[in-house]
Design a protein around this ligand. Structure first.
Ligand code: MLT
Length: 411
């Protein structure tokens, strides 16, 4: 009999969002007339911006004629999109990047999940708690996490950086040696952010301790406050120590289309088994070209259209739409006495569950009493127990209805 990868057997239960979907489906089967509003997984609900649609239609037409047809493209992405990304997302923030430092992909979930492959399986990994579960689960699969300690609800070898209301969901630096630090800002799930000075503390730490920061910036477009950096590379020295992940999923409604990118600066180095420096950019390039055949031409043309004047205006409107939802959820919950975080620079609202409710018991309560699906905080880690996440990605109508329903609950 073939032996399986034992590390997969250390994974706990099912992936968080699959579990939420499973419970939602079960509830709907048992209550077929229930009008369930889903504010669980952060999936967008608006259509694609018109500029994207137009560009994709045109790109489809390009595929008809042999003269403009595209087959395999560069695995890293077409320069027509990479150049727009660098000019539009980085140069505007005072950051310079080479076009061989940007790698397009089919999603940040895949990139943040795959990046760990190029590091030693003995690397010590630090994550924030609560945490986007992909960071932890992919390291479990690779064998870096050790056994799951059920009494603690944590993996023995992962270093958890606790985030709570007490530290305003901003973790302290690790107190032990770590190699890889996953940071997510604006944060999923708490919606909180770091200022440039606060982020600099992490960059300085990584430089001093020779570790690498894996900076997930998928929600960058939702930043509204001026003192919040949009890229880790706005911090001096970050090019030496950080990989940044960005996505078009939430920014431009690409959750179904699939397009994201990862920035791996040339200065970033790891060490080989002899202690000699190795280029991380070269290793990632090698991995990417071996395992990935590029994002489709049509998709990349659609993504490039986001950087046109019309595209920019349409995206701004899209982001504002969701952030208006976020403000409505935040204000509505506060009105009825909830303690609420996030929703200012991120499309997630992180709320404290009412007295007497755990994350999952509140999930069940909200589903059965208000027919609303959210995400239990504990699904993001032990520090998420007693919290609950709602997304601002619903339609305006559903968001309004959900808040009205919550206001009517007797909690
Ligand atoms: C979330 O709800 O946290 C995200 O939508 C999940 C994802 O982007 O994979």
């Amino acid at each position: 009999m073939t032996t399986v990868n034992q590390h997969f057997l250390e994974l706990q239960g099912s992936y968080l969002f699959s579990e939420v979907a499973k419970r939602r489906t079960k509830y709907m089967e048992q209550n077929p007339s229930a009008d369930v509003i889903s504010l669980g997984i952060g999936d967008v609900t608006r259509g694609l911006p018109q500029a994207v649609i137009d560009a994709m239609h045109k790109a489809v037409d390009d595929m008809v004629n042999p003269s403009s047809f595209r087959g395999y493209g560069p695995e890293q992405g077409y320069s027509f999109l990479i150049d727009e990304i660098i000019a539009g997302d980085y140069n505007t923030r005072g950051v310079t990047l080479g076009n061989d430092e940007v790698f397009l992909s089919d999603g940040s979930k895949c990139d943040v999940g795959n990046i760990q492959e190029i590091f030693s399986t003995s690397s010590i990994v630090a994550v924030q708690d609560p945490v986007y579960p992909v960071y932890v689960d992919t390291n479990v699969m690779a064998g870096r996490a050790g056994s799951f300690e059920s009494e603690l609800g944590r993996y023995e070898k992962i270093v958890y950086l606790d985030c709570s209301a007490e530290n305003n969901f901003k973790p302290s630096l690790p107190t032990e040696r770590v190699d890889l630090i996953y940071l997510c800002y604006p944060n999923n799930p708490t919606g909180m952010t770091l200022t440039k000075d606060e982020l600099k503390v992490w960059v300085d730490y990584a430089i001093e301790n020779e570790c690498i920061i894996l900076f997930d910036s998928a929600y960058e477009a939702f930043i509204t406050e001026d003192n919040v950096p949009h890229s880790i590379y706005e911090v001096e020295g970050a090019r030496q120590v950080a990989i940044e992940f960005r996505s078009f999923s939430k920014t431009a409604g690409f959750t179904g289309i699939r397009c994201a990118y990862t920035v791996v600066p040339k200065e970033l180095k790891g060490r080989d088994a002899n202690g000699d420096y190795v280029s991380i950019n070269e290793l990632w390039n090698r991995r990417h070209t071996t395992k990935f055949n590029g994002v489709s031409y049509v998709t990349q043309k659609g993504a490039a259209a986001i950087y046109s004047p019309e595209g920019r205006a349409q995206i701004k409107e899209l982001v504002e739409y969701y952030m208006t939802n976020a403000a409505m959820i935040r204000d509505g919950l506060r009105e009825v006495g909830f303690t609420v975080f996030g929703g200012v620079n991120a499309p997630y609202i992180w709320l404290k569950t009412p007295e007497g409710y755990t994350s999952w018991s509140f999930f069940d309560y909200l589903l059965s009493e208000a027919n609303i699906v959210g995400t239990p905080g504990v699904g993001f880690g032990q520090c998420g127990e007693g919290y609950f996440r709602l997304t601002a990605f619903g339609s305006r109508e559903n968001t309004e209805r959900a808040i009205e329903r919550i206001k009517k609950l007797s909690l």
